[in-house]
Design a protein around this ligand. Structure first.
Ligand code: EPU
Length: 421
């Protein structure tokens, strides 16, 4: 297993480019199952979740062509008729987003069997809304032996209201509705930029969608979808992580190729913490505030503060003057980084969905354990300012979603090496 050895303190300075968004790329890959022509996706990040989803598509019968000169481009060729409708446990267990193949498979083939993804480190993460939505479109859904089976002749458009705005749930239903007969209206949808990007790809494939980015989506079903070329949007969570890295290290970092509007709540919080923010049409520069000030946040579905940046912001707050409150409202168990940050010297108290952080506290190099993707990122950020060497174990979590993180950190002047335990 690989780990990072980070020797601090570091001050990050320089310019880097954001990778393509993992959470936009995953539904885009799933959407290729709907197409009767070739779909070419560019700007795909080189991260493990994308490899896993690609393998799942290959397992389902898609032919995938790689471009040896551009690893971020993949071409998905339909195999005539998809060979398999069966996403088995071995592929699904490593990545919850595999559930995204359910909607496209039922819509295209009229049947699908996908392993239930199970719980994960950040919470129970049910998929009841994905299933209720498919049932509203006429699929017969059964749960048996850890698998979801969905069947229908052809999905039929309907009105469905999500009880919570779920990102992959909205994406699953959006994809399914594109091939349903008639009109589907989805209410209380997730409004994340990644949902908008998926709608853009589907529209290029011939889908008729209105309302992308709003909580009400209307989809006029079509008989078939064709090929398309599409570039996935930049990764706002990766970008946000590096901007927080600039702030926590007293540094000055410019992120190229990232959309400031998609990161507005983080930029507001960084400004509240005393940082200086400069934005261009597709660039963001953060210069750390001296001293950093405490700033309370509350996570919420987009356009609120992203839960995927909560752990990183908490690491920053350990270096800010004063006490702040961090309220996690999206997932019930997303404070797993707290005990590890405390082991490095942070003063944090957790009470239900609230964490209270008191700073600034000096952090010292320690052995810490990554538990999930974003928790791992927060430990890396803490390690950058900690005195001495921190070993972040189990960074396979990071490799799921951050492309070449250590190289990017080194470009900005950090002392980071990857070693094998
Ligand atoms: N929920 C339900 N029922 C459902 C679906 C969701 O109750 O059927 C609840 C969840 O338990 C949670 C809330 O709704 O409390 C929101 O969860 P959501 O479904 O939006 O999460 P997701 O679609 O499984 C995506 C991202 C996550 C990100 C969340 C929230 C992808 C592949 N994953 O997950 O990304 O945290 O949205 O923004 O898009 C990450 O990249 O590290 C990551 C975990």
């Amino acid at each position: 297993m690989d780990c990072f050895e980070i020797t601090g303190p570091n001050r990050l300075q320089g310019r880097i480019r954001a990778a393509g968004a993992k959470n936009a790329a995953l539904p885009a890959l799933a959407a290729t199952l709907l197409a009767e022509g070739t779909v070419e996706l560019t700007g795909l990040p080189q991260v493990r979740d994308i490899d896993t989803m690609t393998r799942l598509l290959e397992h389902l019968g898609t032919r995938v062509e790689r471009d040896p000169d551009d690893l971020g481009t993949l071409r998905f060729l339909p195999s005539g008729s998809t060979v398999s409708d069966d996403a088995d446990y071995d592929l699904v267990k490593t990545m919850r987003a595999s559930i995204l193949v359910l909607g496209p498979l039922v819509a295209r083939l009229g049947h699908a069997r996908v392993s239930l993804p199970g719980g994960c480190a950040i919470g129970v993460r049910p998929i009841d809304q994905h299933l209720a939505g498919l049932e509203a479109l006429g699929a017969k859904v059964t749960l048996e032996h850890g698998y979801v089976t969905a069947r229908c002749d052809r999905l039929v458009g309907n009105r469905f209201r999500f009880s919570v705005p779920t990102v992959t749930g909205t994406e699953n239903l959006l994809m399914a509705a594109c091939l349903a007969r008639g009109t589907t209206v989805l209410e209380n949808c997730a409004r994340e930029p990644e949902v908008i990007d998926l709608a853009r790809l589907l529209t290029r494939m011939g889908a008729q969608i209105s309302g992308a980015g709003e909580s009400r989506l209307e989809i006029q079903g079509v008989d078939s979808l064709g090929g398309a070329r599409h570039q996935v949007i930049p990764d706002r969570i990766e970008a946000g992580t590096f901007l927080v890295a600039a702030a926590i290290t007293g540094g000055d970092v410019e992120l190229e190729g990232s959309a400031p509007a998609d990161l507005a709540p983080l930029l507001e919080a960084l400004a509240g913490a005393g940082c200086t923010i400069d934005t261009g049409p597709s660039s963001i520069r953060v210069a750390a505030g001296e001293p950093l000030r405490s700033c309370s946040i509350e996570t919420a579905p987009h356009p609120g503060f992203a839960t995927d940046l909560q752990a990183q912001f908490m690491a920053l707050m350990t270096q800010a003057t004063g006490r702040c409150s961090i309220h996690e409202t999206v997932f019930e168990n997303r404070f797993q980084h707290v005990p590890e940050l405390v082991r490095m010297g942070a003063t944090i108290q957790v009470d239900g969905g609230y964490a209270s952080v008191e700073g600034p506290t000096p952090l010292s190099g320690s052995h810490v354990m990554a538990t999930d993707l974003r928790a791992s990122a927060s430990l890396v950020l803490a390690a950058l300012v900690a005195e001495g060497t921190t070993v972040v174990h189990r960074i396979y979590h990071l490799d799921r979603g951050y492309e070449g993180m250590e190289e990017k950190l080194r470009t900005l002047g950090a002392r980071v090496v990857r070693t094998t335990e």
